[in-house]
Design a protein around this ligand. Structure first.
Ligand SMILES: [Zn+2]
Length: 446
């Protein structure tokens, strides 16, 4: 067998034959030629037998390594005029438009990105994290199930921070499929409006959902004030969210029939925040009193207070018992927080929860602890939504698990420089994408 034939067999690249193989320092360069005569637009698939001019473009792509060798594919391409996209270099079947990597290589990167950490991937594949970001953006845009926004009935909308300094992504989850099905850069009403705009695109613009929307080109088809509810928005029965005003406002406008549920874990998180505030005030008092030892010891009590009692270590449990015996503001705040947690734990009927919430709110408002007075007020304001979540048994544990998974993933995405890359990583790990490795994916090699 000749070397070129052997490499043709080895590489399994679609639509090309191997012309020559060269061994260079630390890399193998495989020169290929396209089998097809027609020129294809890499953007839209338009094809033509005519080339734009005689100028040729030499392109290189990195392919899967061959043993310790870096492997590069080289092809000489022609240029065409696409009626829609103008003059450009013809597309190749084995690589995505604009990429310096073959589909096989990108598939491997995406699969690894959903499983392994940054340094493992960088070292194993010899690429940097930003390149990984760009690759997974392309793979996600390509592999996302185009039907993922069909038939939504029970969804969640929530935000995660993907970078320090209040950079947020808004994520929409499908409770039934337990997947994140949509996301965008930003948070609040504007983000939710964009979701509804994509859910029911204006007629004539039925394109696949684009999870990698560029900031700045936020096409916001302004629905008229008397806006009709879109066909897909109309099938949504319940939407769970936090207590911020933005999402609810958008939902009332675009899906007024949907029941707004307040995720109870958001309510408990708010109680934890109130407790932490009380603790901090007390700690500052201790320091001001000139008792640094007590202050230091108390600072370490933070986790004893914030963790669920069943998760405490022995030592933390002791600290907590001491604080409670003390009976000060912190102990009272802790009791209130635990009461709320018990009320919202699964097992109680909606009627019981309603009665207990009323009692809790009046207790909180009489507590003389400012953060808890505020908490009581907030809960009163969102009572309907909280009770709806209990009544409809919105599966909080499951939803929280999905959200936590997304949060964990965003921590790995901190090194990316665009929100789109962070979003792509979330969709790869929590979204409607089935990733396969090159040797498993027969679609890659037809
Ligand atoms: Zn085109």
């Amino acid at each position: 067998m000749r070397v070129t034939a052997a490499f043709s067999r080895l590489l399994q690249l679609d639509g090309v034959w191997v012309r020559a193989v060269r061994f260079e320092r630390r890399r193998v360069v495989v020169e290929v030629a396209l089998r097809r005569r027609r020129l294809v637009c890499p953007q839209c698939g338009y094809s033509t037998p005519h080339r734009h001019n005689i100028r040729e473009v030499q392109s290189d792509w990195r392919h899967l390594d061959l043993g310790v060798w870096r492997l590069e594919i080289r092809a000489t391409l022609r240029r065409l005029v696409c009626p829609e996209h103008g003059v450009l270099t013809e597309g190749v079947p084995f690589a995505r438009p604009g990429s310096d990597f073959t589909r096989d290589f990108e598939q491997l990167v995406a699969w690894l990105a959903s499983k392994a950490d940054k340094s493992a991937i960088e070292r194993m594949l010899r690429i940097n994290w930003r390149t990984v970001g760009r690759i997974i953006e392309r793979v996600t845009a390509d592999e996302l199930d185009p039907d993922c926004l069909v038939d939504l009935s029970d969804i969640s909308i929530d935000e995660v921070s993907w970078r320090k300094g209040h950079r947020y992504l808004t994520l929409v989850g499908d409770h039934r499929r337990r997947q994140i099905v949509w996301g965008c850069d930003g948070a609040g009403q504007d983000a939710a409006d964009r979701f509804f705009a994509e859910l029911d695109p204006p007629a004539g613009d039925i394109s696949a959902p684009d999870c990698t929307e560029r900031p700045g080109e936020q096409a916001k088809p302004e629905l008229a004030a008397e806006s009709m509810v879109g066909e897909r928005a109309a099938t949504i029965e319940a939407i769970s969210m936090d207590m911020g005003p933005g999402y609810a406002k958008s939902v009332r406008r675009h899906a007024p029939q949907a029941i707004i549920c307040i995720d109870t874990y958001h309510v408990i998180a708010l109680a934890n925040k109130a407790l932490d505030e009380v603790r901090r005030v007390y700690w500052n008092e201790l320091r001001a009193l000139g008792d640094p030892d007590a202050a230091k010891e108390f600072k370490q009590a933070r986790w004893s207070l914030l963790k669920n009692p069943e998760d405490l270590t022995d030592r933390q449990a002791q600290t907590l018992a001491a604080l409670q015996a003390d009976g000060g503001t912190v102990a009272r705040a802790y009791t209130l927080k635990e009461q709320l947690r018990a009320i919202l734990a699964p097992g109680l009927t909606p009627t019981q929860v309603a009665a207990l919430l009323t009692r809790f709110c009046s207790r909180a408002s009489r507590s003389r602890l400012a953060p808890f007075v505020r908490l009581g007020r907030t809960i009163r304001k969102h009572r309907q939504g909280i009770l709806a979540a209990v009544r409809l048994k919105v599966n909080n544990a499951r939803h929280e698990a999905l959200n936590n998974k997304a949060r964990l993933v965003t921590r790995r995405a901190y090194g990316f420089h665009t929100a789109q890359a962070a979003l792509a990583l979330i969709m790869l790990t929590c979204g409607p994408i089935t990733l396969m490795l090159p040797h498993e994916d027969i679609h890659l090699h037809v």
